[in-house]
Design a protein around this ligand. Structure first.
Ligand SMILES: [Zn+2]
Length: 429
């Protein structure tokens, strides 16, 4: 189906203004070639999908995650971030093998597909295995190798090698970013080298920023300024920056993000709540028009990759934290998981349903008790749905799932392998 063309007839879909429209969609060579009001002539031999009973919305984009960490789901649930990382996650990660990463990534992607996520921005290690899973499953991904100073030049060389090998691969579905893990693992002298590499490759940078008060205090103690001030001073915001978390920012740091040439803040409400990190100042980002997206973070700190849950939480949390029920509409929340990250991650028009956009969308079966009535489909999507409505997924024109059945890989076999491998990651605390 990748290189062919087919019609989706009787489509009720959300246009780029989030209005529910009706038309017939021609998918060709991975893109939406045409949206017609006239029913196309279909011949016996031509393939088509009748979307009569479904609602079509752009595929959801998870803008910050660590796919393989689904293996650690449920391990070490009640720890603050730094203790959780050092005492639980890092020792578990020392056991990874290539096979474990591939199978865990496939299992994570199955979860993404079933809950409507067509594209992820991921930061982790073993990214060639993750890229293989992205290739085999058919989703879209911006992948990056997490860099820390302790791995120094080796990590930089590896990032460069992977960039040249994989950037733009899998019919353009995979892009490669450069990912200094955080300022506390990549101090300024090393971060400068990472910035230089990112510039030389003309790609984007993905980093955790100001996730906890602790990291901000420690940085301030050592450098007499806040982390984002240091990052700006060494030229990080001359780049396109995917800034995960951004929970604790002073007014000057917020202003730096406002002035930045191309930044995407990623709000991770579940992870920030679960690790008791805090609440990101989404109202400030919104009032200053700082582009903001939504991510699940890894499943070890969430504990799922469900973007419907994250949409609902992001919207509710922003309202209660600002004590302003008008702060974020359902339309604005949905845009944080579609058109806004789509613009940052690309290709052009990713995250919207219109002619020339990549054919990345999901079809929802809304004939379920919790989806009725359909007075306000946007409200239902953000506040009432849970991902169980996702019937069909198309990415780059390829039908990854139909009637809730994944077409591109054997999900049952992956489950069996995943359960078998999980036995070695038992954790007794
Ligand atoms: Zn993260």
């Amino acid at each position: 189906m990748q290189n062919g063309s087919y019609w989706i007839i009787n489509a009720k879909y959300l246009n780029p203004k989030s209005e529910l429209c009706f038309g017939h969609i021609l998918v060709k060579d991975g893109f939406i070639a045409e949206i017609s009001q006239d029913l196309p002539k279909l011949f016996d031999s031509s393939f088509f999908i009748d979307a009569n009973k479904l609602i079509i919305i752009p595929g959801l984009i998870n803008s910050h995650t660590h796919l393989p960490m689904v293996m650690f789901r449920g391990l070490g649930d009640s720890y603050p971030l730094h203790q959780w990382l050092n005492d639980i996650i890092f020792p578990l990660e020392a056991q990874w093998t290539s096979e474990d990463i591939y199978v865990s990534s496939m299992m994570a992607i199955a979860e993404c597909i079933h809950s409507g996520c067509t594209c992820v921005a991921d930061m982790y290690f073993f990214i060639e295995e993750i890229a293989q899973a992205v290739n085999d499953s058919g989703i879209r991904a911006a992948l990056s190798l997490g860099l820390v100073q302790s791995n120094g030049d080796k990590g930089l060389a590896e990032s460069q090698r992977i960039f040249h090998k994989l950037h733009g691969s899998s019919h353009g579905r995979i892009s490669i970013h450069i990912a200094p893990h955080a300022i506390y693992t990549c101090p300024p002298s090393f971060l400068k080298e990472v910035i230089a590499l990112t510039k030389s490759l003309n790609t984007k940078l993905h980093i955790h920023i100001n996730e906890t008060q602790k990291e901000v205090w420690e940085h301030e103690k050592e450098y007499k300024k806040h982390p984002i001030e240091t990052m700006a001073e060494i030229g990080m915001f001359d780049l396109s920056v995917l800034a995960a978390h951004c929970v604790y920012l002073n007014p000057n740091e917020i202003n730096i993000l406002k002035q930045a040439k191309d930044v995407l803040v990623v709000h991770n409400p579940s992870s920030n709540m679960k690790l008791a990190s805090g609440i990101a100042p989404i109202s400030s980002y919104k009032h200053l028009n700082i582009p903001t997206a939504i991510g699940t973070d890894g499943a070890a700190s969430n504990n799922n990759l469900n973007m419907f849950f994250e949409l609902r939480l992001a919207c509710l949390l922003s309202k209660v934290s600002s004590l302003d029920a008008t702060l974020m509409s359902a339309k604005e929340a949905l845009e944080m998981a579609t058109i806004i990250p789509g613009k940052f991650l690309g290709p052009s028009h990713l995250g919207s349903i219109e002619e020339l956009a990549p054919a990345d969308f999901i079809m929802l079966d809304v004939n379920q008790a919790h989806c009725l009535p359909t007075h306000n489909i946007l409200s239902n999507i953000v506040f009432a749905m849970n991902g169980s409505e996702v019937d069909t997924m198309i990415v780059n024109g390829q039908i990854l799932m139909q009637n809730k059945h994944i077409n591109t890989f054997n999900e049952d076999k992956i489950k069996e392998q995943f359960i078998a491998l999980s036995k070695k990651y038992q954790f007794s605390r």
